[in-house]
Each structure stands twice: as structure tokens, then as C-alpha cells.
Design a protein around this ligand. Structure first.
Ligand code: GLY
Length: 359
């Protein structure tokens, strides 16, 4: 198929190209100047050679996983950029999942006060969400994503052929963000995800490209409307407040983020019903069915048994208060009224939360 293109109308606009094989186009976006490819040790042997045209560019492969989202790793990448002779006209090409994208974006935003980054996401989660929108971050001892910048990419290449090698659980995690984005985007995208579910599970690269492009269109519109998350961009946190509570209560790293987001969507719908906000009474069952079809857990009980974690209501409430997007320790929720109609900044008291987590 021809690549699908989505333009992101941020202050410095850029294009996202989506479809099987688009990584071969990334060299053109990196320009004639020197480029450095940042990847990880899992992705490098699988997909580095797909960046044809960047075959000669030096490569840094960090350790796979969350440990590479550290200030130490940023320093390592910055030193590699300097050693490779990158200058202010150069680009860093980030080939990998969310960790590589966040780390590469942050290093690019710092090197010589900011050079271009070209995002080449290789996980479904990064393709539908993290690689677009310019958020970069690493973790501090005090919490996740506490040190970061906004640094929009020069271009994004979303190659759906690379998803053929993605571990099953990471694919499911990407479906968590996909369903979130469809709930934000509206009926047309949610219908499309439901209709394509079997082909998505079979990793049909064209079906994946259609759905990812739908998600990127939604994300592009949200980001263009509020590049620095002053207000409306918070809609992208749908399911995330609950997901952070789940991850915090389980211990970070026990449950993949996107899987926690999937359950977080079901909890956000339960909260919406309990707080009297939900207008589409059929939506919780519809979302539950889709979550199950795509390998996710619509209930806390399902998560408890799949990951062997206790997830006590008290520790979930504590985790919710810990979420950095809450204000002054009070949890503010993002909950759906209906498909495509999302309420922001919904306050929730402890009693309501206990009831939602205890159900
Ligand atoms: N991942 C949410 C955002 O980019 O705002």
C-alpha cells in the first residue's frame, strides 16, 4: 500500500508517514547532514537495516527497557552524539519503542540547545501515541517521566511491518492506547477498530496502518490544539490516571503500561457511571468486549490473576493520589460521557474511588 500521511500542525509542523516499509524513507528526513541512529539491543538486529539510506550512520544501542530512561543514559547518548561529530544541522533518528523515543527526543532537545529528532517507533504503543506530540522524558528516583522537555520531531515514520516481531503482550499493550484513542476520536474510529479486530490480531500490516493512521489523526488534532498540555491535551490521559494507580500499586514494571491503560479505560467508565456523568449506558459493555477481544483485562480481578499482584483498593487509591497529573494530591479524573465526548478535571472523593476499585 502507499504510505498514509498525517500532518501535525504544531508551531513547527511535521508529517507522519504510516505503512509497511516506510522506514526506508527516513533517511530523506534526516537530510544530508550527519545523523546518529539511537536504538536498543533488541531492536537493532531486527530492524536497524530497514533504515536503508542510513546504513553508514553511526548507531548507539542502549540496554532495552525502562532502565535506559535515566539521566545517565541521556549523558551516554549526548557523548555519543559529540563523538560522532553531530552539529546543529544534524539529526538523531530514534528507532525503537517508547523508551528509545523518549530518551532520543530528550537528548536531541538538549544537544547544542536542540537538534532535530526523527521518530521511528517500533512498538504499537509508540506508533499510536508516544512518537507523535513531542513529549520527551526520563525517570528520576522520585518518579516516572519527571525530567523532560517538549520537542516536536522533524518527521515520524511508522512502519507497521515491524510489528510482526513484537511480543504478544506488547501488541496488547498497544491496543490499550489504540482503544483509548478511538474513545477520544469518536464513533468512526471505534467502529473501525472493532471491525478490524481480527486482522489487527493477525498483525495484517495494512489493517494496522489504517487503524494507526486513524489514531495519529486524533492525536495530531489534540496536540495541535494544545502543544504544551495547558488544557485540552489532558484528554490523552484518559485511562492513564487509573493506569498509573495500577502500576504504582503493582510495582512499576510488573504490568505493561498499555495493559494497565486498557483496564484504566474500564475503570474510567465505571467512574463515569458512578459519578453520574455517563450518557451512553451501553459503552462500558462495548469497551469491555473490545478489551477482551484484543487481549486486555477489563477488570482488576483479571489483572490480579494474570500478573499475580494484589492491587488492594487502598493501595490503588494511594497510587491515584501519587499520580503527577493530579493537583495537590487530589485525584482529578478524565472520564468519558460517550464516545468522542470526554470530561476533563473531574474531582473524585475517596469513597467513590474505594467503591470503583472494590467493585
Ligand atoms: N501520551 C500523552 C500525550 O502525548 O500527551
Amino acid at each position: 500500500m502507499e504510505p498514509l500521511a498525517v500532518d501535525v500542525a504544531t508551531a513547527a509542523p511535521y508529517r507522519v508517514q504510516i505503512g509497511p516499509g516506510v522506514l526506508s524513507l527516513a533517511a530523506a528526513a534526516a537530510g544530508d547532514a550527519r545523523a546518529l541512529v539511537l536504538t536498543d539491543a533488541n531492536v537493532e538486529p531486527l530492524h536497524r537495516e530497514r533504515l536503508s539510506g542510513l546504513a553508514e550512520a553511526p548507531t548507539v544501542a542502549v540496554e532495552p527497557g525502562e532502565t535506559s530512561k535515566s539521566l545517565g543514559a541521556v549523558e551516554e547518548v549526548l557523548e555519543a552524539m559529540a563523538t560522532a561529530g553531530l552539529d546543529r544541522t544534524s539529526a538523531l533518528v530514534a528507532l525503537g519503542g517508547g523508551v528509545v523515543g523518549d530518551l532520543g527526543g530528550l537528548a536531541a532537545s538538549l544537544y547544542m540547545r536542540g537538534i532535530d529528532v526523527v521518530q521511528c517507533p517500533t512498538t504499537l504503543l509508540a506508533q499510536v501515541d508516544a512518537a507523535v506530540g513531542g513529549k520527551t522524558a526520563v525517570n528520576l528516583a522520585a518518579g516516572k517521566n519527571l525530567a523532560g522537555t517538549f520537542h516536536q520531531p522533524r518527521a515520524v515514520f511508522v512502519d507497521t511491518a515491524v510489528l510482526a516481531t513484537l511480543p504478544e503482550e506488547e501488541l496488547a499493550a498497544g491496543f490499550g492506547e489504540t482503544i483509548k484513542t478511538a474513545l477520544i476520536g469518536g464513533e468512526e474510529l471505534l467502529d473501525k477498530v472493532e471491525a478490524a479486530a481480527d486482522r489487527l490480531l493477525a498483525r495484517d500490516p495494512d489493517a494496522l496502518a489504517e487503524v494507526v493512521a486513524g489514531c495519529v489523526r486524533v492525536k495530531a488534532a489534540v496536540v495541535a490544539g494544545d502543544e504544551r498540555e495547558r488544557g485540552s491535551r489532558k484528554v490523552l490521559n484518559l485511562g492513564h490516571t487509573f493506569a498509573h494507580a495500577i502500576e504504582h500499586a503493582a510495582g512499576y514494571g510488573r504490568i505493561p503500561h498499555g495493559v494497565a491503560v486498557g483496564t484504566g479505560l474500564a475503570l474510567a467508565l465505571a467512574a463515569s457511571r458512578r459519578l453520574g456523568i455517563l450518557e451512553d449506558g451501553d459503552l462500558p459493555a462495548r469497551v469491555r468486549t473490545l478489551l477482551e477481544r484484543l487481549g486486555l483485562c477489563p477488570t482488576l480481578g483479571g489483572l490480579r490473576s494474570r500478573y499475580d499482584v494484589p492491587l488492594e483498593p487502598n493501595s490503588l487509591v494511594a497510587g491515584l493520589r501519587h499520580d503527577k497529573k493530579g493537583r495537590a494530591g487530589a485525584p482529578f479524573l478524565v472520564v468519558p460521557r460517550a464516545v468522542g465526548a470526554i470530561e476533563l478535571d473531574v474531582p473524585a472523593d475517596g469513597e467513590a474511588l474505594q467503591a470503583i476499585f472494590g467493585a
